[in-house]
Design a protein around this ligand. Structure first.
Ligand code: MN
Length: 425
């Protein structure tokens, strides 16, 4: 089915500011509370939120096979489970309705009043009920940096890393939408000279600059997903801040990997940008050497060129951008991750979320965590207000952004932000 919504020549009759992340070519999906306190599924064009539940009730999706209440839900899980053909029909239809020159909706002022909202009239919610969340470790630069800092610079990459997309099962209950405050975690840390473990608020609180993809119901238990079908099962992407307490992590991670140093919170951007919308921004990933096993071998252009940014905004002052990275640096593609995830027959369900792992680039200003940017606290970063940071202070807001740009077309993810509150002792 053609992705007519992706046509770069399209313009909307809704106002779209220059450099907006949400031109008519984006049409992301999200869940929000309306001014009347009703929860609905919607999309966004420019600075306007569109209530898809109300549009559907008014008959604007006639001809598309949708249940009556598909958009009148508090999560996108059921819509995502309908599959790629339905996502495409709906996205194309929304694009047509808001296309310059099409008066079908525009001429009905009463309908417009019912379905269109200013952003300050709505409150974004978590877009999906995340059943399972997996975090990968797919940036070679990040894995090499962390291996050097935590273990041994000579053998920074462990022997399995170039053969397996390494991942671990994370905690889905603490995934929160952008804007939710984050409480500094308390936990155990490495023993000092007295041999007793420390205990208290984390002193080494960090962010991880990641993307996460959201899947449809991918495979039945016991079946696997061939790599050439993997992308059909990916609905879309969000920005993902995998908050991490490095001191808690360093003491607990042997031998089973991350646990409480990660599970206290993860923040996502609220609008899911579909994989369909990202098609114009396909690109090659890093060359894979050695060649992966056959089940992980993929064709070209399986990465996506998405500029990613992290900024720190201390309480009461302006932000400082501390990292500029790119999703294309990811060594293992999303298709390889999903294929590997199901190779043992593990079933993946609608609304499951898979984090990329911290995306660090080759240069020091493209590292995706404070651990790497401050090189474990040995090189403090200078912020615009004159203060220094090795790790995150109470009151700091971490803001992540992501966007794609090519041949005059730009679309993006909006913001993924969270402010750190002092520990509750
Ligand atoms: Mn992570």
């Amino acid at each position: 089915m053609p992705l007519t919504a992706n046509d770069p020549k399209r313009k909307s009759w809704l106002h779209v500011p220059k450099n907006s992340d949400f031109p008519i070519q984006n049409i992301p999906f999200g869940v929000f509370l309306t001014r009347d306190d009703i929860i609905t599924i919607g999309t966004r064009i420019g600075e306007t939120a569109v209530d898809l539940g109300a549009l559907h009730q008014l008959g604007y999706f006639k001809g598309i096979d949708l249940t009556d209440d598909i958009f009148l839900q508090d999560t996108l899980n059921d819509f995502i489970a309908d599959g790629r053909k339905t996502w495409r029909l709906v996205r194309n239809r929304v694009s047509d309705l808001f296309l310059e020159g099409n008066d079908e909706l525009r001429k009905h002022k009463d309908h417009c009043k019912e379905v269109l909202f200013r952003l300050d009239e709505i409150e974004m919610q978590l877009p999906v009920d995340v059943g399972d969340y997996t975090d990968f470790y797919a940036s070679k630069e990040h894995a090499t940096n962390v291996g050097s800092l935590f273990r041994d610079p000579e053998n920074a990459l462990l022997p399995n890393w170039l053969h397996i997309p390494i991942g671990y099962h994370g905690r889905s209950s603490s995934i929160v939408p952008s804007g939710t405050p984050i409480r500094r975690p308390i936990g155990q840390t490495k023993p000092g000279d007295d041999g007793k473990p420390g205990f208290g608020p984390s002193k080494l609180l960090d962010f991880e600059l990641e993307m996460a993809f959201i899947t449809t119901a991918t495979n039945d238990l016991g079946k696997r997903v061939p790599i050439k079908e993997a992308e059909e099962n990916i609905f879309g992407l969000v920005l993902f801040n995998d908050w991490s307490a490095r001191d808690i992590q360093a003491w607990e991670y042997v031998p089973l990997g991350p646990f409480l140093g990660k599970s206290f919170a993860s923040t996502i951007s609220p609008w899911i940008v579909t994989l369909d919308a990202l098609q114009p921004f396909r690109t090659n990933g890093p060359k894979q050497d050695p060649k992966p096993l056959p089940y992980l071998q993929q064709k070209d252009n399986m990465n996506y060129d998405i500029h990613m940014q992290a900024a720190i905004q201390p309480k009461g002052s302006k932000e400082t951008v501390v990292s500029n990275s790119n999703f294309k640096y990811m060594y293992w593609s999303m298709a390889q991750q999903l294929t590997h995830h199901t190779v043992n027959g593990c079933n993946v369900r609608s609304g499951d979320m898979m984090g990329s792992g911290t995306i660090s680039g080759p240069t020091e200003d493209s590292y995706g965590s404070m651990l790497e940017l401050s090189w474990k606290g040995t090189k403090p970063l200078k912020l615009n207000d004159g203060s220094e940071r090795k790790f995150i202070h109470d009151g700091d807001t971490i803001i992540m952004r992501g966007y794609c740009e090519k041949d005059g077309l730009r679309l993006g993810f909006g913001e993924c932000s969270g402010r750190v509150l002092p520990a509750r002792e």
